[in-house]
Design a binder for this molecule. Structure first.
Ligand SMILES: Nc1ncnc2c1ncn2[C@@H]1O[C@H](COP(=O)(O)OP(=O)(O)OP(=O)(O)O)[C@@H](O)[C@H]1O
Length: 372
C-alpha cells in the first residue's frame, strides 16, 4: 500500500440544509481496504456516495492521486459501487449483467466475452453465465454484482453493505471472497457496514463514524484495544459501564476504596485522564468472576468489585452472568456457571479496563444508539 491514493479533506455534506457529515478528513492508500463503521443514520452511506460522486460536498475536496475530483461526475471517477440490493437487471443473464458496464463503454463483443469469462472464473460463477438473476442464490447474485463492478477494472471499489441481505453462513463465505479478491487484485476498497465483526475481519483500517464525524480510525486491533472514547469503546463491544472516581498521582490513576470496591492503582498509559469522575468500560469476557470467599490475592493494576449474581444464561462457549455491584449492574462471562444469589467478586485488569474522564464520556452512546 502506497501514498495517499484517495484523499478526503474537510468534507461537509448535508441534505437540504441539514448537516450530515462534518469535517471529514480521510486519506486512503492504494490497495487499502477501509471499513466505514457506525450505527444506522451516522452518515456512512452518505460518505460513500460522496466519494462516488452522487453527493456533492458543501465544502471540502476529494482527490484521487492528487487530482481534484470533487466536481467530477460519478462515471468519470473510475469507481464501481456495489449495493446491498445487488441492483442486477432481472431480464439479463449473468453474463450480460457482468458485461453491462463494458457494453456501456463500447467495448467489442470479443473483449466483453473474454472479460466476462474471466470474472465468472474469478468469482466461482463458471457455468452460470446463461442464468437470469432470479435463478441464483443470494450469495451468487452478490457475486454477479461484484463481477459487474470489477469487470470495468475500477481504481476504487465502493461497497455499501453488500452482505446484509445474505444469511449468516453465506455472509461469512462472501466476506472472505471479497477480501481475498481485493487483496489478489490489489484494488482499493471502501466498505460500509454496521457489523463490527465484518469490519474487523475484512479491513486494514476501520473508520468509526458517530453522528457524521469520525470518532476514531485505526487498525482493527487499535480500535478494539485502544478505544479513544467511551462511544468507540461501547461500539466495539465494551458495553459494561461503571461510574468511578479517582485522582492522577504521577503515572497512575488512583481509585480509592468505596463500598464494594477495593482501592487500586491503574497505569495512566498515556490516557488523558484528570482528577474526578471517570467512566470505566469493559467487555463481559474481559472480567474474571470469582466466588466472594476466593482466597487468591488481587493482582496489581486490577479493579476488584464485590457483587451478587442476579441472572445466569448460556449464550454458548462461556456462561454469562449479570452481576449486581454497588456501582451498577454488569455482565461477566465465566467458563462455569455460578448460582443466582451467589456472592462474588469480579476483577478487571488494566489493559482491558478502558477509562474516560467526564468530558470524554459525555459522548457515550445509549445501547439503542449502538444497536441501531
Ligand atoms: N436523500 C436524502 N435526503 C435527505 N436526508 C437523507 C438522504 N439520505 C440520507 N439522509 C439522512 O442523512 C443521515 C445519514 O444517512 P446515511 O444513509 O448516510 O446513514 P447510514 O449511516 O448509511 O445509515 P444506514 O446504516 O441506516 O444505511 C440520516 O439521518 C438520513 O435520514
Amino acid at each position: 500500500m502506497t501514498g495517499n491514493f484517495l484523499e478526503i479533506r474537510g468534507v461537509h455534506v448535508g441534505y437540504g440544509g441539514n448537516p450530515v457529515l462534518t469535517d471529514i478528513d480521510l486519506a486512503i492508500a492504494e490497495g487499502e481496504f477501509v471499513a466505514l463503521l457506525g450505527s444506522s443514520g451516522c452518515g456512512k452511506s452518505t460518505l460513500l456516495r460522496t466519494i462516488a460522486g452522487f453527493n456533492t460536498p458543501t465544502s471540502g475536496t476529494i482527490a484521487i492521486r492528487q487530482r481534484d475530483v470533487t466536481e467530477l461526475s460519478p462515471d468519470r471517477r473510475g469507481m464501481a459501487l456495489v449495493f446491498q440490493s445487488y441492483a442486477l437487471w432481472p431480464h439479463m443473464t449473468v453474463a450480460q449483467n457482468i458485461g453491462y458496464g463494458l457494453k456501456l463503454r463500447h467495448k467489442s463483443k470479443a473483449e466483453i466475452a473474454a472479460r466476462v469469462a474471466e470474472m465468472e472464473a474469478l468469482l466461482g460463477l463458471s457455468g452460470l453465465g446463461q442464468r437470469k438473476p432470479g435463478a441464483l442464490s443470494g450469495g451468487q447474485r452478490q457475486r454477479v454484482a461484484l463481477g459487474r463492478a470489477l469487470a470495468i477494472d475500477p481504481a476504487i471499489l465502493l461497497l455499501d453493505e453488500p452482505l446484509s441481505n445474505l444469511d449468516a453462513r453465506i455472509r461469512l463465505a462472501v466476506r472472505h471472497d471479497i477480501r481475498t479478491l481485493q487483496q489478489r487484485l490489489g484494488i482499493t476498497a471502501v466498505h460500509v457496514t454496521h457489523d463490527r465483526e465484518e469490519a474487523m475481519v475484512m479491513a486494514d483500517r476501520i473508520v468509526i463514524l458517530d453522528q457524521g464525524r469520525i470518532a476514531q480510525q485505526g487498525t482493527p486491533e487499535d480500535v478494539y484495544n485502544k478505544p479513544a472514547s467511551a462511544f468507540v469503546a461501547a461500539f466495539m463491544g465494551a458495553e459494561n459501564a461503571l461510574q468511578l472516581e479517582g485522582t492522577v498521582v504521577a503515572d497512575r490513576f488512583v481509585l480509592g476504596a468505596r463500598p464494594g470496591q477495593a482501592p487500586c492503582q491503574l497505569p495512566m498509559a498515556g490516557r488523558p485522564l484528570v482528577d474526578g469522575p471517570v467512566e470505566a468500560r469493559f467487555r463481559a469476557e474481559a472480567a474474571v468472576l470469582l466466588a466472594a470467599d476466593d482466597a487468591g490475592s488481587c493482582p496489581d493494576a486490577t479493579l476488584e468489585l464485590a457483587g451478587t449474581v442476579a441472572a445466569v444464561s448460556y449464550p454458548g462457549g462461556l456462561w454469562r452472568h449479570v452481576v449486581r455491584t454497588a456501582s451498577g449492574e454488569v455482565q461477566v462471562d465465566a467458563p462455569r456457571a455460578l448460582a443466582v444469589g451467589d456472592a462474588v467478586k469480579i476483577r478487571i485488569a488494566h489493559p482491558s479496563l478502558f477509562l474516560f474522564s467526564a468530558a470524554a464520556h459525555a459522548a457515550a452512546p445509549s445501547r439503542s444508539r449502538i444497536a441501531a
